[in-house]
Design a binder for this molecule. Structure first.
Ligand SMILES: Cc1cc2nc3c(=O)[nH]c(=O)nc-3n(C[C@H](O)[C@H](O)[C@H](O)COP(=O)(O)O)c2cc1C
Length: 216
């Protein structure tokens, strides 16, 4: 079923969905493929169309990236300064961060139960590359991933951009037969129908804080 959302609603209410994923409801293959087809309309550098989407639904295959994700979580939280532990001056913002952390912990513990794992990849590797080449690679896949997530929302599906399995990208590549030397995984997007279809836009920093007219 397609939701009737305006472009503005779609763009402002596509949240990271974790606790509200319905892990009991299967997701149809054709809906996932339709979302990928929509995502393919996103731009790629020189129109190279070098994006790939590895889609994992097999329960045994899903448990391996989920395990790598949990290992990645441990690695991340033991970094000297993980971004998730940043404290803000605004107590409300700190409250939001605690809710995000609790939601992320839920996903960590239930990742293998989420019906579909989508691993977007780009046929490039950026290790040691100058910024321009890194931008070419990431810029050729990030817009498609966000389009994929927006398309999912339009079909009543929830997603969340996750990255922690990438601490062990090479292991994930060998489990999923991804040619590691030529192809870089950029995320792991869990996909499932949402419990309820209403999501809100959230407060963000004032635009004036991030906009720099005519120079920084
Ligand atoms: C690059 C990136 C990496 C992220 N990694 C994770 C992750 O590993 N685990 C997770 O649960 N959420 C992850 N998120 C989701 C963010 O926590 C989430 O988007 C953020 O808290 C804002 O919430 P909202 O998207 O609902 O507004 C990631 C998001 C981005 C853009």
């Amino acid at each position: 079923m397609q939701l009737s959302l305006s472009a503005r609603e779609l763009l402002t209410t596509t949240r990271a969905v974790r606790k509200r994923l319905d892990i009991t409801r299967p997701v149809e293959r054709e809906v996932i493929e339709e979302c990928v087809a929509i995502a393919q309309q996103a731009p790629t550098s020189s129109n190279t169309e070098n994006q790939h989407f590895v889609i994992v639904t097999d329960p045994i295959k899903k448990s391996a990236p989920a395990e790598l994700f949990r290992r990645g979580w441990e690695t991340y939280v033991n970094l000297p300064k993980p971004a998730s532990k940043i404290k803000f001056e605004d107590p409300e913002r700190n409250g939001t961060q605690s809710r995000v952390a609790s939601s992320a912990e839920y996903l960590r513990d239930h990742l293998q139960e989420v019906p579909v794992h989508v691993i977007p990849c780009i046929a490039a590797r950026t290790e040691g590359m100058p910024t321009v080449m890194q931008s070419e690679a990431w810029g050729s896949i990030a817009p498609a991933v966000w389009s994929f997530m927006l398309a999912d929302r339009s079909f009543g599906l929830g997603t969340s951009w996750t990255i922690l399995h990438l601490f062990y990208e090479q292991e994930a590549a060998s489990i999923l037969n991804i040619p590691f030397k030529e192809v870089m995984q950029v995320a792991l997007i869990p996909v499932g129908y949402t419990k309820g279809i209403h999501f809100k836009s959230v407060p963000r920093e004032p635009v004036s804080k991030i906009v720099h007219w005519n120079g920084w």
